[in-house]
Write a protein that binds this ligand. Structure first.
Ligand code: SF4
Length: 462
């Protein structure tokens, strides 16, 4: 959860105060950044305390029941501490449910309704006479640290996976024009970002709705297409990480860009399962039986490639044979970073009507077995890093956790907040956002332990 305490913003000298809570996925975080950017451009102050705020915005997540509960708690807390609350985000599509727990919220709006949120803020808290446009950082306000940023390239999704309600919350795919995405990325880099995380519901589908329309960019024409986007982002000379990539055939075209060092050799592919039967039951896109062969081919072209994924165990109808298939597949695929969820029914999802629910104790048992296999793969892979020298981007300088001169960072192999970390020693004098070379001294299941050997002037080398 991002609270007002970790919103990086300069304070204007006057202005109404807006408290802000942002819950949910990186896509919700980008929505929050847009709302905050607009409010700050109008001179509002982002308050550190609900109690001192003129109004509080809660950007909610409604994806699974536990996320909904967290959102309801945040709304109730904001109502108790402040009383003037605007609810937005995914939970906002069900105004009745929000009003059941907090009947007196000022307004309830759904995801991407930036203008409506801002206009509700105007009603609740007087707008300052003079806009403080000059106080807004060129890249807009960020809820992430300055050195890494999420760039959302599209909204919505054309697929209809049975466990997912995103299409009903956010609609079909709507891609942003490629020039707008690249301009935003450039501004972020100018403002100090060293790492761009490309996000959407389906990054491989980028530009499909625009018929991959061509636009002029610098001295060339580029298409609204994942490959062209990756190539152009690669010219910005920062880390570029692709998330939520479905393994359509054209994904093969970005692997050479990774091998050349234009973008990070890192692919986040939400496979969710491996058994063809379960994938069909889930109605997953890009359900390609040859994906193992393709992973092998990618590794031949780009041996450094890191593949991260998420999986669901205990989907209705998943048999022991399906689960064994998944474990065998995982052993063979040797994925680097893996997350696993036990299937949870989501209000409104088609999967709720499927027969043969998997009992909770079996889900838990499969989750344990899945995690044991993925943990061993991760530990074995990290052990091979020991003795290497790798570039590390420092996320925080923290003596209390890592001892004097301690810091925490990441190599190209790890995305912030979802993957592992590098615990550094010898980081005296370094700051958040510095890129250093480090000697990898040790490893465990998920993390590396390393000593700084160079400073940020060194060439990056993954
Ligand atoms: S691809 Fe499937 S899981 Fe992902 S957003 Fe679309 S419908 Fe949901």
């Amino acid at each position: 959860m991002n609270t007002p305490e970790n919103i990086s913003a300069e304070k204007p000298s006057i202005g109404s105060k807006v408290g802000f809570v942002s819950l949910g996925c990186p896509k919700a975080l980008v929505d929050s950044e847009r709302i905050l950017t607009k409010l700050r451009s109008e001179g509002y102050e982002i308050a550190a305390e609900y109690a001192g705020s003129d109004v509080v915005i809660v950007n909610t997540c409604g994806f699974i029941d536990s996320a909904k509960q967290e959102s309801f708690s945040a709304i109730k807390e904001a109502m108790n501490e402040n009383g003037k609350v605007i609810v937005t985000g995914c939970l906002g599509v069900d105004e009745g449910a929000v009003r059941e727990v907090a009947p007196d919220v000022l307004a309830v709006t759904g995801p991407q309704q930036y203008e409506q949120v801002v206009s509700e803020v105007h009603k609740a808290a007087p707008q300052p006479h003079e806009p403080y446009v000059h106080l807004v950082p060129p890249a807009g306000l960020k809820l992430t640290p300055r050195h890494y940023s999420y760039v959302k390239i599209s909204e919505g999704c054309n697929h209809r996976c049975k466990f997912c309600i995103i299409p009903s919350l956010r609609g079909d795919l709507v891609s942003r024009p490629i020039r707008a995405v690249l301009r935003e990325a450039e501004k972020l880099v100018e403002a100090g970002t060293s790492e761009l995380m490309i996000i959407s519901q389906d990054t491989s589908a980028y530009g499909l709705d625009l018929k991959h329309q061509r636009e002029k960019w610098k001295d060339r024409e580029i298409r609204a297409h994942m490959t062209d986007l990756a190539d152009a982002l690669g010219d910005l000379d920062v880390w570029v990480r692709l998330h939520y990539v479905y393994p359509y055939p054209h994904v093969d075209d970005v692997i050479p860009l990774m091998a050349e060092g234009k973008i990070l050799p890192y692919l986040d592919i939400p496979f969710q399962h491996a058994s063809p039967r379960v994938l069909r039951a889930m109605r997953r896109p890009a359900n390609d039986a040859k994906v193992l062969e393709r992973i092998k081919k990618w590794r031949t072209i780009c041996p450094e490639i890191i593949i991260r994924s998420t999986f669901i165990v205990g989907f209705p109808g998943e048999t022991e044979a399906d689960f064994d298939y998944l474990l065998g597949w995982l052993e063979e695929a040797q994925l680097d970073r893996v997350g696993c969820f036990k299937y949870e029914a989501v209000d409104g999802a088609v999967a709720n009507e499927l027969p043969d629910p998997v009992p909770e104790d079996i889900k838990q048992d499969r989750w344990n077995r899945f995690m044991a296999v993925s943990q061993k793969i991760s530990a074995d892979k990290l052990k091979k890093r020991v003795g290497m020298e790798m570039a590390v981007l420092i996320d925080s300088v923290d003596d209390s956790q890592n001892g004097e001169g301690g810091a925490t960072g990441r190599t190209y192999a790890d995305a912030p907040e979802i993957d592992g970390q590098v615990h550094l020693s010898g980081a005296e004098g370094l700051s958040e956002g510095d890129m250093v070379m480090a000697h990898i001294d040790a490893s465990d299941e998920y993390d590396l332990f390393a000593t700084v050997i160079h400073d940020e002037d060194d060439e990056w080398d993954w």
